[in-house]
Design a protein around this ligand. Structure first.
Ligand code: C2E
Ligand code: MG
Ligand code: MG
Ligand code: MG
Length: 290
């Protein structure tokens, strides 16, 4: 803040003060610029979804795909979510963007089914502001009715840290979403301090082991222990478990040995534009042979 910057400036001299404030201004200016461009992007629907396959480790079949948003920026090309989702969340634009994602993912999934492709569940990431909205169930019910997608083919991903923000309202929302027939996955699992007591009461279908653990398997004994513990926890709670960010054959082998159900990651497939995803659904994926 300004006081702290001023204090800092007095401590360390005039040049530093100049540097400090212009840096802060640049950051604030960039956020403002992105915000106004995002408003335009929402109006003009400049977003696209890419899809990353989720594969059953034993059959090698694609059983799902995660929808991942990209921004088709008129000057900057394809922009990844890390560059604009945090700003959209901060500036309250995430609900409009997230609603578009839900509708587009449902529409696309139904279109693939209508084209005769094997049915899969599409997973959509929800932000805290969406998940904790009063009308989240009503909105999703509307999307399903409008697109004609059956609820069981839509999976909602909510991070462990989001669901722990307000556990009472999470239990109620998850109950309501489950009774509609939707699937629920807990994203980035292992990074957000879940109470095991609540985990039992949340009506999730799936845990997604965070990439930060998977990436150091099998070399790091601690990450091996954590990954193994999450897989066992899921099994004991009757949840499916998927490992995200699988990049190497060694990771695949470790996960197979630990009886992980599904994997998602560059080893199997990077996120794909819709046409390429449709092609994969038709032809299938070659699964890594150790
Ligand atoms: P996430 O939900 O944990 O999604 C997984 C991210 O890991 C994706 O990055 C994916 O491309 C990347 N990934 C997958 N496999 C690998 C791998 O083997 N190695 C590595 N290094 N990375 C891998 P992406 O597409 O950049 O998305 C980043 C995050 O942005 C997502 O993390 C999610 O939190 C958020 N996000 C993406 N789409 C949406 C959306 O529609 N709504 C909201 N609210 N957030 C979104
Ligand atoms: Mg996700
Ligand atoms: Mg994740
Ligand atoms: Mg590590």
């Amino acid at each position: 803040n300004a006081d702290a910057a001023m204090y800092h400036a007095k401590e360390s001299g005039r040049n530093n003060f100049q540097f400090y404030t212009s840096d802060m201004n640049a950051r604030a200016y960039e956020i403002l610029a992105v915000e106004s461009q995002l408003r335009r992007a929402i109006e003009r629907e400049e977003f696209v979804l890419h899809y990353q396959p989720q594969v059953d480790m034993r059959t090698g079949r694609i059983v799902g795909a995660e929808a991942l948003i990209r921004w088709q920026h008129p000057e900057n090309g394809l922009v990844g979510p890390g560059k604009f989702i945090p700003i959209a969340e901060e500036r309250g634009l995430i609900v409009a963007i997230g609603n578009w994602v839900l509708r587009e993912a449902a529409r696309q999934n139904r279109a693939w089914q209508d084209a005769g492709l094997p049915p899969i569940a599409i997973a959509v990431n929800l932000s805290a502001l969406q998940f904790y909205r009063q009308d989240i169930c009503g909105y999703i019910a509307g999307v399903l009715a409008d697109t004609g997608l059956e609820a069981r083919y839509l999976e909602l991903e909510v991070t462990e840290s989001i669901i722990m923000q307000d556990v009472v309202s999470t239990v109620a929302t998850m109950d309501a979403l489950k009774s509609m027939g939707l699937k629920l996955a807990i994203d980035d699992f292992g990074t957000g301090y879940s109470s095991l007591n609540y985990l039992k009461r949340f009506k999730a279908d799936k845990l997604k082991v965070d990439r930060s653990f998977v990436s150091d398997v099998p070399g790091d004994p601690d990450d091996c222990a954590i990954t193994r513990a999450i897989i066992n926890l899921a099994r004991n709670l009757n949840l499916k478990v998927i490992a995200e960010g699988v990049e190497t054959v060694e990771q695949w082998q470790f996960l197979l040995h630990e009886h992980c159900d599904e994997v998602q990651g560059y080893l199997v497939c990077k996120p794909q534009p819709p046409a390429d995803m449709a092609q994969l659904l038709k032809a299938g994926l070659p699964i890594p042979k150790p």
